[in-house]
Design a protein around this ligand. Structure first.
Ligand SMILES: [Zn+2]
Length: 449
């Protein structure tokens, strides 16, 4: 009953008050998702041409850089023609932030999207209001693929609930509209998880939502304490890398499959799994995505809707694999096989194969006795330094295991040295890097140029 009231009364009421058309857009987007791939591609090409023409006419940065290399939106006849345009990096955005703003939007009220700067480059992107509403509708559409329905309660496993910053209005809005239950994941304790479990039991949310590693930790706590009766309609994991062991345990504890979703502050939702869980559908109504099929490569994204500060061929810094196949669900939205991780977390073999640092360090932890923590530093394509924190059980056998793992992964010609260290320092952002490799960065750069 409350879900019905929320969906049909509270949601439309707050949307009207905010003069937001997102519920109207949602109906349109839900119809469109089953259009055949050719229709989706045609719509993307039309949207791309409009965006490129707008950018060339009103964004000084694009006019200057495109003129310099001799490309023009009028020459774009197919989606593949976009590759002639230069790539936009985080460093470019940072260096030319005001030049990237569209002239007619300079005085408009715009939404600011700040990235945390986990890659060392904090950015502010400006998004116009109609684009925000469209993106919001796109996100609700894909969230519902998880089994959740708009109007149901949501439990968020998330640091720092947003609504607490907005006083009683924020709390009221949360009670009536968002209906979210939060678990603050900063300093997670058994007592906090137990309180969250009790609240979730009482409110029976339709959706549990959070970062892969937080969902996993919560699932571990619940399993340990025997709480196995929480049954949401859907679970959405938002971190880019959801390991299979995490997916398996979360699904087991909550009794429903995990829906992996990928996006970023700069352009919002990029791709999401559907109920088939066999790859991620590109949010083609919001972005055009370039990714290599069948093999890892840099993900390049073009925002099709934000006119205020259009991001065109933005190299986001993540690595993905295109699927090159249709999904069994019948949706015509293109499919990515997987999101592999950050470009910064890669090393490259002399044969030119990219190796994901996350899986490599995972292999170290699994296959080398007594590995507490490891970081791979690749100085040249033929030289590796393995910085390792030794734990219990590290000994002569471990060195033999390292040798085998390096040979199996990188081939016979690579030189390597093991450096035993007391600790591996964090980056200024507080994150720990699996790999540091200039050759891999150069390799990835060359792939997207
Ligand atoms: Zn599908």
């Amino acid at each position: 009953m409350l879900t019905f009231l929320n969906r049909h009364v509270a949601q439309p009421y707050f949307a009207r008050r905010a003069k937001s058309r997102h519920l109207h857009y949602l109906r349109l987007l839900e119809q469109r998702q089953y259009d055949p791939p050719a229709a989706v591609a045609a719509r993307q090409l039309a949207a791309l041409k409009v965006q490129l023409t707008h950018a060339y006419a009103t964004v000084p940065y694009y006019r200057r850089t495109w003129d310099a290399v001799g490309v023009n939106p009028a020459d774009v006849k197919t989606l593949a023609d976009l590759t002639a345009f230069p790539v936009l990096t985080k460093a470019d955005i940072r260096a030319h932030e005001s030049e990237l703003l569209s002239t007619p939007y300079r005085c408009a009220k715009l939404r600011l999207k700040r990235t945390s700067g986990s890659t060392g480059v904090p950015l502010t992107i400006r998004v116009d209001e109609p684009a925000m509403q469209w993106k919001h509708a796109c996100t609700i559409r894909s969230d519902q693929w998880s089994g959740y329905r708009l109007g149901q309660r949501v439990a968020k496993v998330w640091g720092n609930p947003e609504y607490l910053h907005h006083g009683w209005r924020g709390r009221l809005r949360n009670r009536l509209l968002d209906r979210a239950v939060y678990l603050d994941t900063i300093h997670l304790t058994d007592a906090k998880v137990a309180a969250f479990a009790a609240e979730v039991r009482r409110h029976r949310p339709g959706l549990i939502f959070g970062h892969a590693h937080s969902l996993y930790l919560v699932a571990c706590h619940l399993k340990k304490t025997g709480v196995l009766d929480i049954r949401p309609n859907g679970i959405i994991s938002t971190a880019m890398v959801l390991h299979d062991y995490q997916r398996k345990l979360i699904a087991e504890v909550f009794g429903t499959p995990v829906t992996n979703r990928y996006g970023c502050e700069e352009v919002s939702l990029i791709a999401s799994e559907c109920e088939a869980h066999a790859g991620l559908h590109v949010n083609a109504d919001n972005v055009f995505v370039e990714a290599r099929t069948g093999t890892p490569g840099p993900l390049v994204v073009t925002d099709l809707v934000n006119r205020a500060m259009p991001l065109i061929r933005y190299q986001i810094g993540d690595v993905a694999v295109g699927a090159g196949r249709a999904c069994t669900c019948g949706r015509g939205l293109p499919l990515l096989d997987r999101i592999e991780g950050r470009e910064a977390d890669y090393v490259v073999t002399p044969a030119g194969t990219l190796v994901s640092g996350i899986s490599l360090t995972e292999n170290f932890a699994l296959l080398i006795d007594g590995t507490a923590q490891v970081q791979i530093v690749q100085e040249t394509i033929h030289d590796l330094r393995i910085r390792l924190v030794a734990g219990d059980g590290f000994g002569p056998a471990s060195h033999t295991q390292i040798e085998k793992l390096v040979r199996d992964t990188f081939g016979p010609t690579v030189r390597f040295a093991v450096e035993l260290v007391d600790a591996i320092p964090q980056e200024p952002s507080g994150k720990y890097r699996f790999c540091i490799s200039k050759p891999a960065r150069d390799h990835l750069q060359a792939l997207s140029a």
